[in-house]
Design a protein around this ligand. Structure first.
Ligand SMILES: C[S@@+](CC[C@H](N)C(=O)[O-])C[C@H]1O[C@@H](n2cnc3c(N)ncnc32)[C@H](O)[C@@H]1O
Length: 231
């Protein structure tokens, strides 16, 4: 059997052209009972995204570039790098940016070994990626994020809120694609509290905020320590 990392890589490569159906709630994601609330909460994420960032921004695991393109409309953001391990996902981002007349550097790379020097970004975003990071690897991943951020750099995280009724936040899910294929994916759901616990490895409580948008999403924001404390 292939390992979970290989399964997830194949899954996102194949999912790339249909990934945005999830945001748009079309096809297999259409649920008339919750679509309206979903769109309200996506709009809340957009408000967080629009208020975020300045200078040089890194979008880790940028996927189809929905948020990358949003950051590109922010005049305070002077340059953007989108990184993903999937060429297919980066192709979707490239097409989205080209359609909107926007630009960003798109790099195929590993979120766990970011190919950038220390302190090379002013701000960093990652959307719906933390929930694929094994719990015991989260501090290592966040330390890598902190490494590439300048002192007092900003981090914004969007992810999936632990659904009501689920007793355990960690699952190996079997997900389907439109072609009928099935793929195993590690998913770790967060709450405001557990996201704050994760962020505590790189930020102090007075420099972080976590909150839920309602039923679907959780948002974390933090500022990394200043140079004296960067250690
Ligand atoms: C759920 S999608 C999120 C896409 C986008 N950030 C968003 O918010 O819509 C997860 C993304 O993580 C990428 N990914 C998974 N493991 C990765 C890794 N180790 N390094 C870089 N990207 C990775 C996948 O290719 C996929 O594009």
């Amino acid at each position: 059997m292939t390992n979970l990392d290989d399964d997830m890589r194949t899954y996102y490569d194949q999912r790339a052209p249909e990934y945005d159906d999830w945001y748009d709630r079309v096809g297999r994601y259409d649920d008339p009972t919750t679509n309206a609330l979903w769109h309200v909460e996506v709009r809340r994420l957009e408000v967080f995204a629009d208020a975020f960032g300045d200078g040089r921004l890194l979008d880790i695991a940028c996927g189809t570039g929905r948020w990358t393109a949003r950051f590109a409309t922010n005049p305070r953001v002077t340059s953007i790098v989108g990184l993903d391990q999937s060429d297919e996902m980066l192709g979707e981002t490239r097409a989205r940016l080209a359609k909107a007349g926007q630009s960003a550097d798109l790099i195929r790379g590993d979120a766990y070994a970011l190919p950038f020097p220390d302190a090379s970004f002013d701000c960093c975003f990652t959307g719906f990626f933390l929930s694929h990071v094994p719990l015991d690897t989260v501090p290592t991943f966040l330390a890598e994020v902190r490494r590439i951020l300048r002192p007092v750099g900003q981090l914004l995280i969007f992810d999936s809120l632990l659904p009501g009724g689920k007793d355990a936040p960690v699952e190996v899910q079997v997900r389907s694609l439109n072609d009928g294929s099935h793929h195993r994916v590690l998913k770790v759901y967060y709450t405001s509290e557990t996201l704050a616990e994760a962020l505590a490895s790189i930020a102090t409580p007075d420099h972080m905020a976590t909150e839920r948008t309602g039923r679907f999403f959780v948002v974390g924001r933090c500022r990394t320590p200043g140079a004296a404390a960067a250690g």
